[in-house]
Ligand binder design. Structure first.
Ligand SMILES: C[S@@+](CC[C@H](N)C(=O)[O-])C[C@H]1O[C@@H](n2cnc3c(N)ncnc32)[C@H](O)[C@@H]1O
Length: 266
């Protein structure tokens, strides 16, 4: 790891750059890649070294890169694999035995905002105005529930949709409701979006002229699969004590040689 990062502690995460690892720079060219800081924070909080992390919609492979850097085992799938270590699979039918994963991360397409492979089964081809989009994502969520071990966590990143001249689609709220049918909510994080397009002045003037808002944040839903006899609220803390201690140390004020820890890249 080339920078010391420490854990986010608020429910608002704002990362001014997309990635913290050189290995992830290839993902800069992948439209819709997940900021690696998000996955780093999740793996630090909800997994320990050696855990099996699965991403059923792996895209550029950010989850694989972060998991490898943190010594977790990672399995990546995508309808349209971009590299050899990502296997071809539809997220509605993941070729994995039930209760295999210690953690699942997924960043699904939100409506038709980005054209991925254009393949027939690509969920990014389905408008979130249709029930079809939610039916497809419910199948994915059910599949995640199947492959996740009990007493483990999963996280889903998504954004609402508001296109000019089209109705506002509260995709986040709708997906959270589906997720809650399968898992217990742990928390909801708002992640600031840093889309290059948001820097363009005419986008902002158009939003004022048309009296609508640009998407400033995405939702990160953190969910838990309960084990038998577990009480909500008293969930398993899966962290390795050494890693937790390191994170705690990063919050301790040091007088001499103050460590250069940062919540965000400098
Ligand atoms: C937002 S991107 C994922 C980004 C990824 N986390 C990364 O860091 O690059 C969404 C991905 O979902 C994939 N996808 C869409 N429909 C799918 C399906 N039915 N099964 C598996 N993957 C699918 C797309 O090919 C695309 O790579």
């Amino acid at each position: 790891m080339n920078k010391k990062i420490r854990l986010q502690t608020l429910t608002l995460w704002d990362f001014p750059s997309q990635h913290y690892l050189r290995e992830q720079e290839h993902a800069q060219n992948y439209k819709g890649a997940t900021p690696s800081y998000i996955i780093w924070n999740l793996l630090q909080r909800y997994t320990r070294p050696g855990d099996v992390v699965i991403d059923p919609m792996c895209g550029a492979g950010t989850t694989l890169d972060v998991a490898k850097e943190l010594n977790r085992e990672a399995l990546g799938f995508d309808l349209n694999p971009t590299r050899k270590d990502i296997k071809q699979a539809d997220a509605r039918k993941i070729p994995i035995e039930k209760a295999t994963a210690d953690f699942v991360f997924i960043d699904p397409p939100y409506s038709t905002h980005i054209t991925y492979s254009g393949k027939e089964n690509c969920i990014g081809e389905l408008e979130a105005t249709s029930g079809e989009y939610y039916t497809a994502l419910e199948q994915v969520i059910r599949e995640i529930h199947r492959i996740l071990k009990p007493r483990r966590y999963m996280a889903l990143l998504v954004s609402d949709s508001a296109k000019k001249g089209k109705p506002f689609l509260p995709i986040g709220f709708n997906l959270f409701s589906i997720l809650s049918d399968y898992f217990l909510p742990v928390d909801i994080i708002a992640v600031t979006r840093h889309n290059a397009k948001l820097l363009r002045n005419h986008w902002h003037s158009a939003a004022v002229e048309g009296n609508y808002f640009l998407r400033g944040f995405g939702y990160l839903f953190i969910m838990y699969k309960m084990g038998k006899g577990e009480t909500p609220g008293k969930w398993l803390d899966r962290r390795a004590s050494k890693e937790t201690q390191k994170q705690l140390d990063s919050f301790t004020i040091k007088k001499k040689n103050q460590a250069g820890f940062c919540n965000q890249p400098q």
